[in-house]
Ligand binder design. Structure first.
Ligand code: NDP
Ligand code: OAA
Length: 439
């Protein structure tokens, strides 16, 4: 993209959105920025340019650099004065949000929700740090351009890059979406290994450069075991900060229960997804409620609950792929928003939410050392506790054991032992179970 074009787009976007007073601008006509970065902090806005490893970059010239950043190359750093901006006075401190697979389908929905303020709130400015690869870098520039053109006042910085050690710097949230999709004929063990390598590296990068209390939500499949690998490679970050996304499954379960009961879905609460984000997951109707009443007292069709409901939720992703020709993207982005909001707002009294978290110390007797979806509550500080007051009867216990979601995760863990530092991998996966999207 030409520099002049960039300047005009960034300047226009910023002036228009926040009525900034323009302080200084210095951009040589001859230079070209392939990987532009828009930075807008409370005091400054600047455009910078990240480079790939094999690119030659002109010497950096710093212009009123507010904080030291390796990706800001002076001539591309524009500085504005935001002090006059009344509306920012009540804003909170900027937070850094890293997103991998940022040029993918899910991100294409998610990034605009994050930037709009609907996730972290109307007084929370954000910086988006987008991770791509050589293959997606050009597309990522397109994503960044669309973000600029959206004139989001709360979006203060956008940076793109392909090195997780740069992109994850100071990240307070890491939304790890990028992963290789399972192709025809590919064994689950192969997928575990290929994607496991990605999440091992990203775990190491988070460990090295992210905020010490970064919250990590792993979306890329197989997300439970990817989250485990990421966590094991980031020993300096609390294990409980790592989540595997099962909120989409919870939302799917709520929808099916509402449909069967003939109520709007806001009446459905206390739905837990137990286990793996795969077709072995156990959607829990025993503890679920409709309008405050146990689901089993409202839907008096136990056979439907045990068989049809359960299978519908387990296979919903695959049915959608058959219809759409691609996997759930918009509803996944919505569920990531739900998952974040569940951690940053107090859980409504008596309710809970599902998320895949580390099992160590769990009160349900589930094997330790795996990432397993369980019911949680939060007081809104980004942390959570496991819910103790759930009915955990023989039906549920057997279902979790017999449907082998626990055995499956334990087998996946053995299969990636080489990536978690737990010895030599032994891959004895029980059957070739599937992701919800594979049928
Ligand atoms: N947990 C859940 O509930 C759900 C999880 N998912 C999972 O989320 C992930 C992303 O889905 P979606 O955004 O739709 O997928 P897309 O195919 O649109 O994007 C995936 C991104 O992954 C990155 N990627 C990383 N490694 C590879 C590789 N080896 N080959 C190809 N691409 C790679 C690519 O970005 P780049 O080149 O920049 O690395 C790509 O943009 C998938 O793993 C999917 O299975 C989907 C729905 C629900
Ligand atoms: O398998 C996939 O890629 C999609 C997926 O996870 C889902 O729809 O739940």
């Amino acid at each position: 993209m030409a520099v002049a074009e960039l300047n005009s787009a960034f300047t226009k976007a910023h002036l228009h959105s926040s009525q900034l007073s323009f302080l200084s601008r210095s951009v040589p006509k001859h230079q070209h920025c392939d990987f532009p970065t828009l930075h807008r902090t409370q005091q400054h806005a600047r455009i910078s340019c990240s480079v790939t490893q094999n690119q030659v970059q002109a010497p950096a010239v710093q212009i009123q650099e507010p904080k030291s950043k390796s990706d800001c190359y002076g001539v591309f750093c524009l500085t504005y004065d935001l002090k006059a901006e009344e509306e920012t006075k009540s804003w909170k401190k900027l937070i850094n949000i890293a997103v991998s697979g940022a040029a993918g389908m899910i991100s294409n929905h998610l990034l605009f929700k994050l930037a709009s303020g609907e996730v972290f709130g109307p007084d929370q400015p954000i910086a988006l740090k987008l991770l791509g690869s050589e293959r997606s870098l050009q597309a990522l520039e397109g994503v960044a351009m669309e973000l600029e053109d959206s004139l989001f006042p709360l979006l203060r910085e956008v940076s793109i890059g392909i090195d997780p050690y740069e992109v994850f710097q100071d990240a307070e949230w890491a939304l790890l979406i990028g992963a290789k999709p399972r192709g025809p004929g590919m064994e689950r063990a192969d997928l575990l290994d290929i994607n496991g390598q990605i999440f091992a590296e990203q775990g190491r990068a988070l460990n090295a450069v992210a905020s010490r209390n970064v919250k990590v939500i792993v979306v890329g499949n197989p997300c439970n075991t990817n989250a485990l690998i990421c966590m094991k490679n980031a020993p300096n970050i609390p294990a409980k900060n790592f989540h595997a996304l099962t909120r989409l499954d919870e939302n799917r379960a709520k929808c099916q229960l509402a449909l069967k009961a003939g109520v709007f879905y806001d009446k459905v609460s206390n739905v837990t997804i137990w286990g793996n984000h795969s077709t072995t997951q156990v959607p829990d109707f025993l503890n679920a409620k409709i309008d405050g009443m146990p689901v089993i007292d409202v839907i008096k069709d136990r056979k439907w609950l045990e068989e049809e409901f359960t299978e519908k939720v387990q296979k919903r992703g695959g049915v959608l792929i058959q219809k759409w020709g691609r996997s759930s993207a918009a509803s996944t982005a919505v569920s990531i928003v739900d998952a974040i909001r569940a951690l940053i707002t107090p859980t409504p009294k008596g309710d809970w939410f599902s998320t895949g978290v580390y099992t160590d110390g769990n009160p349900y007797g589930i094997a330790e050392g795996i990432v397993f979806s369980m019911p949680c509550r939060s007081n809104g500080d980004g942390d959570y506790v496991l819910v103790k007051d759930v009915i955990f009867d023989d039906y549920l216990r057997n279902r979790i054991a017999k449907a082998s979601t626990e055995a499956e995760l334990l087998a996946e863990k053995r299969c990636v032992a080489h990536l978690t530092g737990e010895g030599i991998a032994v891959c004895d996966l029980p059957g070739d179970t599937m992701l919800p999207g594979e049928m």
